[in-house]
Design a protein. Sequence first.
Length: 148
Amino acid sequence: MYLYAIQKANRSGNIKVGYTKDVNKRRNYLERKTGERLEIIHYRLAPYPRYAENYVHEQFSGARKLGEWFDLGESVDQMNLLFSIMDYAVDLVDPSPRKLSEGSVTEDAIRETILARVSERSVSVLDISRETKISQNKIKLITPFRAW
């Protein structure tokens, strides 16, 4: 699977960040769906693309326009930042997401616990990390919160 960024072929407008098995097929599909010529502006092989995608989406949540589309402006610096964060997200992901600790704690169970406790504002990432023996980075990757 690949983590990718795609944009209009003239390098203007919003950028979509997602993941797919085949970036060219995905681009063709999106071109048919949007009626626009699109260009793949960055992609990386990602062993665990969902986590990498979530991380990138969280980092750019303030620029989200619709779904997985983001308005980063036309600055080269913003593009370079996006590419760097995508690369970092792919490299950051732990290669064993199914088994997060020595026990058989699942991501969904951890996410439910965190969601419940955070909604009460009674927990921090450090607290959860200490309780579950899971790294703070992993917790941030599997939970959809900007509060961290």
